[in-house]
Design a protein around this ligand. Structure first.
Ligand code: PLP
Length: 430
């Protein structure tokens, strides 16, 4: 525990734990991997959060990715209010969802058609069904430490779960449901080559985070991505980029724009909903046209394309187009990373700050982290000490060694200086 006065959050957490499993609605929020009580958030604005005890934090969680413009961004808030005043859900098509679909397809050109869903999980599970139906093949490749939401077939080596090949990470997922999942080490092209040899003609697609965020930030070698396309295409399999985290964050067109690649299918989420629940998946016309009602592959949703969520997504994407903030975000992130490195070096603490665009992770490791196996070698106890030292000094980092932190357009030089000062003070105590 850190020394902050957290009476109200502690009281709320006790109360929450009596009526909600683990006191939270999503596991990482409970601070299990760093210990202690999570602050309950009362409000947020720009790059700051305020908790139920009135303490203020510089926020690098950003709701785990969506808040690229910072919290309560005025245009997003007014778009939400305006949309809500016209009704909250119709279960019928709207003009705004067409505008959002057009904007997504123009920003991410590999998407010729797109379907809106309600979360990244839905996007990935629907893209998998579509890839299997289009190819007529049952198996798929994913990579250890990449997370594609919590649907059954993806829960194999998904982030920090059970580390046994082909066994599900969670009770309640029958082994039969992951029997067609092949999970391989990230960046291991030889392993991918061997899988395609062994299961030639049976693999529907290769799913991956094109820059990993869910084992902490790991940007792959470009040659790894290029080789994946060669191997998949040679066997008639699809390449599916899960850009739920990287989409509209690393560049307007996501990681695929950064690397100059064109996946067959793409999953989106987080930023595309501007802080409200949206996911999306899309890709080549002939694949997407297999989807109901145009084709036979079933996928549906009562609240899909919800007008309020769509209005938040549109306002967010339009602001990103207008501001084109990606280089600036990358510079701010690089300044932070340099500050962390210097503070660690001054105190003889081995860390690796891995960053890509506005995503970063401070790994407590002596060597660069290249995959899930090397991520798991990090000193998670040191990470917890660092995390709590930063929290006590008003800096809110992602509460696990195996997560990405996010910089928003609201993080200014004062926030960066305060963050670096907090890191210097924290690491001086190691
Ligand atoms: N895919 C990736 C790459 C993610 O980072 C996440 C969530 O963190 C998901 C899928 C699942 O998205 P959601 O939590 O919206 O279901």
């Amino acid at each position: 525990m850190d020394g902050r006065d957290a009476k109200r959050s502690e009281e709320l957490f006790r109360k929450a734990s009596r009526c909600m499993p683990g006191g939270v609605n999503s596991p990482v929020r409970a601070f299990r991997s760093v210990g202690g009580t999570p602050p309950f958030i009362a409000s947020a604005s720009g790059c700051k959060l305020v908790d139920a005890d009135g303490r203020e934090y510089i926020d690098y969680v950003g709701s785990f990715g969506p808040m690229i413009l910072g919290h309560a961004y005025p245009q997003v808030v007014s778009a939400i209010c305006e949309a809500a005043s016209r009704g909250t859900s119709y279960g019928a098509p709207t003009e705004a969802e067409v505008e959002l679909a057009e904007l997504i397809c123009s920003l991410v050109p590999s998407l010729e058609r797109v379907r809106l869903v309600n979360s990244g999980t839905e996007a990935a599970m629907s893209a998998l069904r579509l890839a299997r139906a289009f190819s007529g093949r049952p198996m798929f490749i994913k990579f250890d430490g990449c997370y594609h939401g919590h649907s059954d077939p993806f829960l194999v080596q998904a982030g920090s779960g059970v580390a046994t090949l082909n066994l599900p990470d969670s009770p309640g997922v029958p082994p039969e449901f992951t029997a067609h999942t092949i999970s391989l080490p990230y960046q291991d092209t030889d392993a991918v080559g061997r899988a395609f040899e062994k299961f030639s003609g049976r693999i529907a697609g290769v799913f991956l985070e094109p820059v990993a965020g869910n084992m902490g930030v790991v940007a792959p070698e470009k040659s790894f991505l290029a080789r994946l396309f060669e191997l998949a295409e040679a066997d008639g399999a699809l390449v599916v980029f899960d850009e739920v985290m990287t989409g509209f964050r690393l560049a307007k067109g996501g990681a695929q724009e950064l690397f100059g690649l064109r996946p067959h299918l793409t999953c989106l989420g987080k930023i595309v909903g501007g802080g409200l629940p949206i996911g999306a998946f899309g890709g080549r016309k002939e694949i997407m046209s297999q989807l109901a009602p145009e084709g036979p592959v079933y996928q549906a949703g009562t609240l899909s394309g919800n007008p309020i969520a769509v209005s938040a997504g549109l306002a967010t994407l339009r602001a990103l187009v207008e501001q084109d903030p990606f280089e600036r975000l990358e510079r701010i992130t690089a300044d932070l990373a340099e500050g962390f490195r210097e503070a660690a070096a001054a105190n003889g603490v081995p860390i690796q700050v891995q960053a890509c665009g506005s995503m970063f992770t401070v790994f407590f490791a002596g060597e660069p982290v290249l995959d899930f196996a090397s991520a798991k070698k990090c000193d998670t106890r040191q990470f917890s000490r660092f995390f709590h030292g930063m929290l006590e000094r008003g800096v809110y980092l992602a509460p696990s060694q195996f997560e990405a932190c996010f910089v928003s357009t609201a993080h200014d030089s004062e926030a960066v200086s305060r963050t670096i000062r907090a890191a210097q003070e924290t690491l001086a105590l190691f």
